[in-house]
Ligand binder design. Sequence first.
Ligand code: DAT
Ligand code: MG
Length: 138
Amino acid sequence: MPIEETLVLVKPDGVARGLTGAILARIEAKGYALVDVRLVEPDRERLEKHYAEHAGKPFYEPLLEFMQSGPSVAIRLAGNRVIEGFRSLAGTTDPTTAAPGTIRGDFGRDWGLAVQQNLVHGSDSPESASRELEIWFG
Ligand code: DAT
Ligand code: MG
């Protein structure tokens, strides 16, 4: 099995709440390698590319606005089956129902916040990973 790479983002809520270190600790404990890490304040154009598959959905505009509300930490992450593995660490999209033990399940606050405030992004396929790594790391 070749080593894969994936794009992970610690989203603005994760950075603002000081959870970057806790999230990185879980990633490192799992054995994945940090290839590149940077603090990014993405403009709308970059986010439109990143979230192209969601254009037109009801949560699209709030999502883009939220993603411009503060810096994110972009991570180029490598490891065996890391695409699937990081999504497993992250938990399912909605923090309310994400399993305890996952990043979203343990840290996702459930006090009426929108679903987009779910702390992290992880690419969902090899095709998404290469497309998204190009968008965030060039
Ligand atoms: P994921 O981030 O788990 O891959 P996704 O790709 O379906 O989820 O959606 C991208 C982001 O959009 C997600 O992290 C949060 C937001 N989102 C998805 N579904 C939503 C919904 N029904 N309401 C509000 N935000 C939503
Ligand atoms: Mg997704």
